[in-house]
Write a protein that binds this ligand. Sequence first.
Ligand code: ATP
Length: 231
Amino acid sequence: MTVLEIENLSKQYKNKKAVQNIKFTLEAGKCTALLGPNGAGKTTTLNMIAGLLTPTSGTIRSPLLNSKQDLRQLIGFLPQYTSFYGWMSGKEYVMFAGELCGLTKKEAESRTEYLLNLVGLEEGKNRKISQYSGGMKQRLGIAQALIHKPKLILLDEPVSALDPFGRREVLELMRNLKNETTILFSTHILNDAEEVSDNVLFMNDGKIIEKGSLTEVKQRNAENLMFLKFD
Ligand code: ATP
């Protein structure tokens, strides 16, 4: 089942063609890596899908959307640089997101308990976020992105800034989310894509130059991928 269809999507910032005519679909329950070097156009692509940036041209559609819904209702988003409210507890933070989405306090509380358990923060839920490790913060961000039961979550460089332990925790969580939602995440590190993704969209200079399973992409484009390997 298709969750998202992107057709000829482009974004131009003044003189810079950041995203150029990209086209892809995302299938339910799959984890797709948007892989590419710095400046490839990954964040711009995710921000357009999340509804934070207006495309210069092209379409973003979902066959799952009914006429009364906005695409944003189907999508959860964890930006690259998230400022968490450090003085809140993890539980308060996710509940706050739930109430912003229109859940009643009771609904927000039960969804929050479920999600904090899912992301492995059951124990730390009443601690202040300022005391969380980088990996815990990213897992909290994923819980918050899932609050409204989105069909798709977008994670912008979810593990790039983490130490090896945090990185492992978050990648493992992403592997375990396949029954919950569909994932599109960006990374400039080949190993991240290798460890968790079913499919890869390899982006360079605003274009998607390869797509498919990582094995297929590697066979066709090993040279270009090599320089992402040791990043
Ligand atoms: P990174 O991993 O470094 O964030 P990226 O693949 O996410 O890279 P983008 O942030 O989408 O890439 O940027 C794509 C290109 O567009 C880059 O050349 C960047 O300098 C440029 N760019 C991004 N945002 C703007 C902006 N607001 N105004 C002008 N140019 C921009």
